[in-house]
Design a protein around this ligand. Structure first.
Ligand code: CUA
Length: 151
């Protein structure tokens, strides 16, 4: 009678094992945010959200900021976001590797052509924050900066 118990035990562990493999494969294939999404660098200007760069309110507590980095600047209109709300930055590049770095914050994103880099951040204090490029990207590298206003 013990064989039957072991058979059941074996089957249960097999099913358990298969479902773990299945679940992890599924979750690796579907990383909704924080991961790298791909984008055609030549079609950035026609691909949402970069067809309308800038600030979009997603709901009461969440804002999205879409920005295109390119030599030698950041393509986005005036950036104004509220403090204490979640800001989801989505940045891509149309030419070479840049960074999207907000001074005095933990936002320091590498911006790679062909990829959308996503980072969520909440500003504690209102003020004007400097955005700059930390990645050497050519002769105009030091000119790459803009500003975000937190109110
Ligand atoms: Cu862009 Cu340095």
């Amino acid at each position: 009678k013990y064989e039957k118990i072991w058979l059941v035990f074996g089957l249960v562990s097999l099913i358990l094992f298969l479902s773990i493999v299945g679940v992890s494969a599924f979750s690796h294939g579907h990383t909704p945010s924080g991961g790298m999404d791909t984008i055609d660098p030549k079609k950035v200007n026609e691909t949402a959200p970069f067809d309308k760069p800038g600030v979009t309110q997603l709901d009461d507590d969440t804002y999205q900021v879409a920005i295109v980095a390119l030599a030698f600047g950041y393509n986005a209109p005036e950036l104004k976001v509220p403090a204490g709300k979640e800001i989801i930055f989505k940045v891509t590049s149309t030419d070479v590797v840049h960074s999207f770095t907000i001074d005095n914050t933990k936002v320091n994103m590498m911006v790679v052509p062909g990829q959308i880099t996503t980072k969520s951040y909440t500003f504690d204090k209102p003020g004007k924050y400097l955005i700059l490029c930390n990645e050497y990207c050519g002769a105009g590298h030091h000119l790459m900066s803009t500003e975000i206003e937190v109110y």
